[in-house]
Design a protein around this ligand. Structure first.
Ligand code: ADP
Ligand code: GLC
Length: 483
């Protein structure tokens, strides 16, 4: 009998994605399947999920889920099982999963995702006929209340529970006045429950109730013990220290396969390094850049403080001044978007900017640019540097979190030993990023070394194999402990 896990997530590839969480939640079922673990993913019934599921099969009904009627439908994502919480009042909205088309968070997010957690706890504890589970795995604050409802308000509090933090910066912190409407026992209002700095903390509650807390890289697991990275929850991380683990994300090779990428036309695949030249020409054309064999940088990112997009902006004149070019794909902070357009106007043919979200273009950039800039102030894992490694697009990363754990800096020792895979720099500020760009320019002038760095990256194994095994072992350890 496989071990049955309910994975609760607010997004999953290929149905709905705003960032790396979706990549991970989408890849996890296949990653653990070889280890006799069967994951069923529970997603909110956003329009995109409704559309993909079609009619689905009705498995459960709630007369009231925090005040709204809801249904549970089952179906599949690819080969894996899917459950969808159909609750039009909460999820049938145009816009993003968390906010409207203008980027404004929905005012009732506390209620939407508390209801999602309430439903997940009911399902995990066997209330939906024909669906039973050995363990529940919640991702990020949107799913975290699952654990609060399970451990504080269900008749099966012993079900083992894993809480994965993909980003400590998003905690789901709400005003204390929502507490009475959550339907939790009044004893839940305590430091050992959902209370957090005088409000209700969804992620905090999940971390408090979890049997094991994981985050997505070993370095980030250590960093979140410090205030700078723990963002108010460092105390809880430290108290629960022996229950906190770091498991690195992998690359889903069915989505990101350099040799056979289904997102891009066959001629753009990166079966050999030589093919990258054709792709580079295509990227230059798509971004209105001068044709040149000189280094072409890319950045594919949310444009936010976390991602260091402000510092990237500051360094663009220098990047162009030393002979670099940039093709950037991203969206986010409106002021940064406007300044990027300004930089492109200042440097026609040298800086090309595409504001928006474009999955296909992101694949083409990895397949055609020479180096990808990832100047994050913090990065729980980071996926774009992993895709860069796999595609021969050399990552240039801040030494933090998962970026520190996945890239080997091209320092003299690593170059001598022939093991370098990218460039790392310390501290996200103008001078550090400028120096990193200078190092890239110098390395690029040594074609043999450069090629070696690309090849090392392409050989590095960041598949889901090791991480899938690690999650499966963790699930087993927990179910055996409570058996
Ligand atoms: P985060 O989840 O913090 O945004 P990650 O590096 O873990 O960072 O994951 C980001 C994911 O989103 C990657 O798959 C990346 O390719 C994708 N991505 C980010 N911005 C864009 C964009 N503008 N267009 C297409 N894909 C994007
Ligand atoms: C978050 C983090 C990112 C991580 C992703 C998937 O969005 O910011 O570093 O790769 O989750 O775990």
């Amino acid at each position: 009998m496989p071990l049955k896990v309910l994975s609760v997530a607010s997004e999953a590839v290929p149905l709905v994605k705003t960032g790396g969480l979706a990549d991970v939640a989408g890849a996890l079922p296949a990653a653990v399947a070889p280890h006799d673990v069967e994951i069923t993913t529970l997603l909110p019934g956003y329009p995109a999920v409704q559309k993909a599921l079609g009619k689905g099969k009705l498995v459960h009904k709630w007369a009231s889920l925090l005040g709204q009627p809801a249904r549970l439908l089952s179906g599949s994502i690819g080969k894996h099982k899917l459950l969808m919480l159909d609750c039009p009042a909460y999820f049938a909205r145009e816009g993003g999963p968390y906010g409207d088309a203008g980027g404004q968070d929905w005012a009732d997010n506390w209620q939407r995702f508390a209801a999602f957690g309430r439903a997940a706890a009911d399902i995990a504890s066997g209330k939906a006929k024909g669906h039973s589970f050995d363990l529940v795995h919640a991702h990020d604050w949107q799913a975290a209340m699952t654990l609060a409802y399970l451990k504080l308000a269900s008749d099966t509090p012993d079900l083992p529970a894993v809480m994965t933090i993909h980003n400590m910066a998003f905690q789901g912190h709400f005003d204390a006045k929502v507490f009475p409407r959550l339907g939790l026992p009044s004893s839940a209002w305590s430091m050992d429950g959902v209370e957090n700095y005088g409000g209700v903390g969804f992620l905090k509650a999940g971390m408090q109730m979890a049997d094991i807390i994981t985050t997505v890289s070993p370095s980030y697991a250590a960093e979140i013990r410090q205030p700078e990275f723990g963002m108010g929850l460092e105390g809880l991380v430290t108290t629960r220290g022996n229950r906190v683990r770091g498991i690195l994300n992998g690359i889903d090779s069915t989505v990101w396969n350099p040799a056979e990428d289904s997102e891009i036309p066959a001629q753009y695949s990166v079966r050999t390094l030589a093919r990258r030249k054709i792709n580079k020409r295509a990227v230059e054309e798509a971004f209105g850049l001068e044709r040149s064999d000189g280094p072409l940088f890319t950045a594919i990112s949310r444009l936010t403080w976390q991602k260091g997009s402000d510092v990237l902006l500051e360094v663009l004149d220098h990047l162009v001044g030393v002979g670099g070019r940039l093709a950037l794909l991203g969206s986010g902070d409106k002021a940064i978007e406007a300044d990027l357009h300004g930089a492109a106007a200042r440097h026609p043919g040298r800086i090309g900017v595409h504001i928006g979200y474009d999955e296909t273009l992101s694949h083409r950039l990895q397949a055609g640019a020479d180096a990808i800039l990832v100047p994050s102030r913090f990065e729980p894992c980071g996926l774009t540097q992993l895709y860069g490694l796999a595609y021969g697009c050399v990552p240039v990363v801040a030494r933090t979190g998962g970026l520190a754990d996945t890239v080997i800096d091209a320092n003299p020792a690593a170059l001598c030993a022939g093991v370098a895979t990218g460039v790392q720099f310390d501290g996200v500020h103008y001078h550090a990023l400028r120096a990193a760009i200078d190092r890239v320019m110098a390395l690029y002038q040594q074609p043999k070394q450069w090629r070696r760095v690309q090849q090392n990256g392409m050989k590095a194994d960041f598949s889901w194999d090791a991480s899938g095994r690690a999650y499966a072992e963790l699930y087993r350890e927990l179910t055996e402990r409570t058996a």
